[in-house]
Every structure is written in structure tokens, then in C-alpha cells.
Write a protein that binds this ligand. Structure first.
Ligand SMILES: Nc1nc2c(c(=O)[nH]1)N[C@H]1C(S)=C(S)[C@@H](COP(=O)(O)O)O[C@H]1N2
Ligand SMILES: [Mo]
Length: 340
């Protein structure tokens, strides 16, 4: 492994910084995505600056260890190349999403594809970190390194500010952007609101809403009785695919239907098997919606009844709900992506 420690200082520095940036990008990306609205504005800002820093370092990386790696000609150089290209494509998709220059094709929105590639990057990153370890020397972490890092971060922040200013002025995307980075579509116009379903899920055939079977805390509840109790609740569905839409949902608070819950969480399950577990502290936010703007939900939007969770991202908004039940499962014991 002498080769690595004999790398020039600048190449070592670039490699180390890139590695830290990728970890930071994955962490900020995943958390901004998982937590909902509260801190996501700051996380999205950090995520953007991290991504742009990686772009700025790309030329130095190409001149340094990429060129050297190709000269060495190991068979696995192609895996490294795929990794590098995937990083560049992922960051580029992030920029396309943020600027609205390209929204994507159909369900393959720029942001969704960005996240998918982000997930694919994780194993490649781990492989790369093990197979091509960066061997920093104690002397590398000096004033010069701190200064260089400051310059890279400052340049990336300036680039981001310019990018945001240009998009605000020229507005290629249209649609107001939230702190989460998502853009507005079809608010108070459900016909224009997109419908999103995971690849492995399928919309159930609902022929008769009135015979839908829904049980809340073990008690059967009819759609009719939900309509009778429903009140308008303004809430914003913010899909991780990069769009948001506000509707006046006709909805009933779960806290009105479910009292005295015993257990560690509440499981909300779809007829399709898709489910999410919520902490008991979240119960006040959860609502069962049967319509929007006084009209019943469309089949693709979860008819006859779906969950709405103000302040949480789209994946939590379970559609075609058949059961709400207390559970002993802690909420952390669920996949970040609902796999049905
Ligand atoms: N049963 C089920 N519910 C689901 C999904 C799904 O695939 N299956 N997708 C979720 C995601 S990712 C989002 S963004 C919203 C989309 O709601 P919409 O189709 O009404 O826009 O539903 C959520 N609820
Ligand atoms: Mo979504």
C-alpha cells in the first residue's frame, strides 16, 4: 500500500476531503429526507454546498489519483470509474433538481433518481474506501489544509448563492420551492396533483368505497362515518420525488378515533401491505382523509381513505388504509423505505 502514502500531498488532501464530503452528503441527504420539515432547510443548504464542493474538487481528483489509478491499470479501476461517474451524475441530478432546469421523465424525477443513485453509491463508496484507502499523515492536517478547505467551502457556498439567485431571477422551473427543495404542483387542484406509488406496490381495485373495511384500534369504521366527522385540514404533501402540493383535506384526527393507546407505536397499514409505524407523540398530527375540497379522493390518491401527516414527508402518507392499530414495535424498527 506504499503507493498511497507516496501520493503527493495535494492528491491525498483531495481524496480525504472527497471522502469526508461523500459521508457528509449521504448523512445530510438521508436525514433531510427522513425528518420532514423542521430542520430540512438547513440540511438542504448544507447538502447543496457539500455537493458543489465535490464538483469543484472533481478536476483536481481527475488530474491526481484518477490519472494515476488508470496508469496503474488494475482490473478494478473500472469499478472506481463507475463509482466516480455515479457520483458526478448524482450531484448533477441534484443541481438539475435544485435549479429546476430538468424535472425528470415521468416517475423518474430528477430528485428521485438522485436519491436512487445516492443509495447505489453507498456500497460502492464502502468498497472504494476499503480498496483505495486514503492514508493521511498527521502533518496533513495543518493550517494549509484548513485554509484550503475553507476556500473550497467558500467557493461552493458562493456558487450555490449564485445558482439560487439565477434560478430566482430566471425561474426555469416555475412553482415555489420549499425549504425541503421541493417545488409546488397542483395545490387545491387535486386533478393536477401527481400520484406516486412505489415500484413494488400496486393500486388496489376499489369498486365500492362503502364496503371498504377499515379498522381503527380494533373497531370497524365506515367511510360514511368518517365523512360525517370530517373537517377541512390544510396540509402539504411533500414527496421525496421533489414536489409538494397543499390540499384542504377532508379529514378526521386519529386522536378522535383512537384513545388510550397502549404500546410503543401505532401501525398504519394499507390494503397493499405498505405500512408505517408512528410514535405515540405523533398521534395528534395523524389524520384519516377521505377527500379534498369536499370531493372524494381519487383512486390513485388513496381512495377511499388515506393517512395525512402534516410535517412529514410523502412516504408517511399511507394510502388505501385498512388498519390503524397500536403496536409493541418501536418506531426505529422499520425500514426507512417502506417495502411492501
Ligand atoms: N400504499 C401506499 N401508500 C403510499 C405510497 C405507496 O407506494 N403505497 N407512496 C407514498 C409516497 S412516496 C407519497 S409521496 C405519497 C403520494 O401520494 P399521492 O399519490 O396522493 O400524491 O403517498 C405515499 N403513500
Ligand atoms: Mo413520495
Amino acid at each position: 500500500m506504499a503507493v498511497y502514502s507516496s501520493q503527493p500531498r495535494l492528491a491525498r488532501y483531495v481524496n480525504l476531503l472527497l471522502e469526508l464530503l461523500i459521508v457528509a452528503a449521504i448523512v445530510t441527504g438521508l436525514t433531510s429526507w427522513a425528518i420532514g420539515d423542521r430542520w430540512s432547510g438547513w440540511l438542504v443548504l448544507a447538502h447543496a454546498v457539500i455537493g458543489l464542493s465535490m464538483l469543484l474538487l472533481a478536476p483536481a481528483k481527475m488530474r491526481g489519483s484518477v490519472a494515476a489509478g488508470f496508469r496503474r491499470g488494475r482490473a478494478t479501476r473500472w469499478v472506481s470509474a463507475v463509482f466516480g461517474v455515479l457520483v458526478l451524475v448524482t450531484v448533477t441530478l441534484g443541481v438539475l433538481h435544485a435549479t429546476g432546469l430538468w424535472f425528470g421523465v415521468g416517475p423518474w424525477t430528477a430528485l428521485w433518481t438522485h436519491s436512487l443513485f445516492g443509495f447505489l453509491l453507498i456500497p460502492l463508496f464502502v468498497w472504494h474506501a476499503v480498496a483505495r484507502p486514503v492514508r493521511p499523515r498527521a502533518a496533513d492536517v495543518d493550517r494549509r489544509a484548513v485554509l484550503q478547505t475553507g476556500v473550497v467551502a467558500g467557493a461552493a457556498a458562493a456558487l450555490y448563492a449564485t445558482q439560487e439567485l439565477l434560478t430566482a431571477v430566471t425561474g426555469p422551473a416555475g412553482g415555489e420551492r420549499r425549504g425541503t427543495g421541493s417545488r409546488e404542483i397542483g395545490s387545491h387542484d387535486p386533478a393536477r396533483m401527481p400520484a406516486v406509488i412505489w415500484f413494488n406496490d400496486r393500486r388496489p381495485d376499489v369498486t365500492d368505497a362503502m364496503s371498504w373495511s377499515l379498522s381503527v384500534g380494533g373497531t370497524p369504521i365506515t367511510i360514511e362515518s368518517l365523512w360525517a366527522r370530517a373537517r377541512p385540514v390544510d396540509a402539504t404533501l411533500d414527496c421525496t420525488g421533489g414536489w409538494w402540493s397543499e390540499q384542504a383535506w377532508d379529514a378526521v384526527a386519529l386522536s378522535d378515533l383512537l384513545t388510550d393507546v397502549q404500546g410503543r407505536s401505532v401501525r398504519v397499514a394499507s390494503r397493499t401491505g405498505y405500512d408505517r409505524y408512528f410514535g405515540l407523540g405523533d398521534l395528534g398530527k395523524l389524520h384519516l382523509a377521505v377527500g379534498y375540497g369536499g370531493h372524494p379522493l381519487r383512486p390513485s390518491h388513496g381512495a377511499p381513505v388515506r393517512l395525512i401527516v402534516p410535517g412529514r414527508r410523502g412516504p408517511w402518507w399511507v394510502k388505501w388504509v385498512t388498519s390503524v392499530a397500536p403496536s409493541d414495535r418501536p418506531t426505529w424498527l422499520q425500514p426507512p423505505l417502506p417495502l411492501t
